[in-house]
Design a protein. Sequence first.
Length: 164
Amino acid sequence: MNSLLVNLLAILAFFQSGEGSPPADLLLTKTYCNARFGYCIEYLDALVPQEEAPNGDGTVFKNKQGEKILTVFGRPKQDANGHPISLEKQFSADISALKNASYSISYQKIDNGFYVISGFSRNKIFYRKVIAKGNALCFAVLEYPNGEKSIYDQYSEVIFRTFE
């Protein structure tokens, strides 16, 4: 029922934007759930899930052109040296890594049990959401070419609202 409501709202928003009729595969969503880390996310039917990683931590979703658009994965709450890492420390590390990779950050928020970072590079737009689940951190990264902004911007909210 929730998915139906989300789709109807997306359709209404698209028509109000004056862009005409959206392709049918951008109206439908499917759900991917990860057994190892216990997270789920809805993704657009237009995206093609790839085979889950051999260690079971997540998967990649590609568009019909074969470009990686959405990546989801989990990992234990540990840094590279095996020491415990808090959500706040991971947030700071991600901000630093993105800036070092020449990404411009336009939005960042950390709240109870999750954080969100969004921005852009020279030719890509990205949204990153990280949630704390038990002894794991779970990541969802949506990254797409600037030219596809009108397609993915309206669905980024749907994708990230369902990431839990």
